[in-house]
Design a protein. Structure first.
Length: 293
């Protein structure tokens, strides 16, 4: 008699979904970060979620400027700055300008695990009160605190815009050198902001007497097979760390013989060059012939 057959699923597979992801959970006791589902499942740019997760994983005091984030991610300044603006608008990120006791002004960055949430009582205390999300600030009545936050955000945006000179004001020859780098290595594609930042250093090289082909060779020689940062970061490092060549040595002036002054011949009144007055060469030759005759 044949063994009985059953179409029923095994009990171990009773809870497994028919499709989609199946999580393999591992209990972590160290080196992990808690992220809210609202942030991890946020609709929109994946870069924004990735930047937020990376910032949450960093210890206090870590730099989170655009330049620092570009050194970690392969995305450029445009995508990184856009992600920071989205996080700031959603209330996760806050940048404040604070005055030090010495009178200096510095910018402090605060990142909230939950927009508008209170600090964790078991964690390190954070100065100041967490603000509400930017969306609530836009709809709420104007208060001194909300006005301060808005003015701070506008001042920071203006400072970031003024930090980079416009490309139109950069040296045209330096911009041409930077734009031509992609012909040597297609990976060396620069944005307008990156070219505007690098152009002054290239202009210094040009002013020091370095020719454009030599600059191209110095910037493109022995590049790594894989970039771990933006091409602009590598070019900025080479422009900063490569010493400027010594100015060309001045050529020794050619010593030319002194020009003798004109004299008037005592015999024929003809002008000739000689160090002292006397007779010209023809008159001296005629005297010699007469003496010899």
């Amino acid at each position: 008699m044949a063994d009985p057959q059953s179409n029923a699923r095994l009990r171990a597979d009773a809870g497994a979904p028919a499709s989609g992801v199946i999580h393999v959970r591992t209990r972590l006791t160290a080196d992990f970060t808690v992220i809210s589902n609202a942030l991890a499942q946020r609709r929109g740019s994946a870069v924004t979620v990735g930047v937020a997760a990376y910032i949450l994983s960093l210890p206090d005091g870590s730099p989170v400027s655009i330049a620092a984030l570009c050194e970690h991610f392969t995305e450029g300044e445009i995508l990184i700055s856009r992600a920071l603006r989205e996080l700031e608008a959603a209330g996760y990120l806050e940048r404040r300008r604070e005055r030090l006791p010495a009178g200096q002004i510095r910018t402090r960055t605060y990142f909230y695990a939950v927009p508008g949430g209170a600090p964790d009582p078991d964690g390190p205390p954070e100065p100041g009160k967490p603000r509400r999300p930017r969306k609530q600030l836009a709809t709420a009545a104007a208060t001194p605190a909300s006005a301060t936050v808005q003015e701070t955000s506008q001042a920071l945006a203006q400072a970031e815009a003024e930090a980079l000179p416009p490309l139109a004001e950069a040296d045209p020859q330096a911009v041409a050198v930077l734009a031509a780098l992609r012909r040597v290595d297609p990976r060396l594609i620069l944005s307008e902001q990156e070219a505007a930042r690098l152009a002054p250093a290239v202009a210094l090289w040009l002013a020091a007497g370095v020719e454009a082909p030599q600059i191209t060779e110095l910037l493109t020689a022995r590049l790594p097979d894989r970039f771990r940062t933006r091409p602009a970061g590598i070019l900025a490092f080479r422009l900063r760390e490569t010493p400027l060549p010594a100015p060309p040595a001045l050529a020794h002036p050619v010593e030319r013989p002194a020009v003798l002054p004109f004299q008037t011949c005592d015999g024929c009144d003809r002008a000739f060059r000689a160090p002292e007055p006397g007779r010209c060469r023809d008159c001296r030759a005629g005297n010699l012939l007469r003496v010899a005759g």
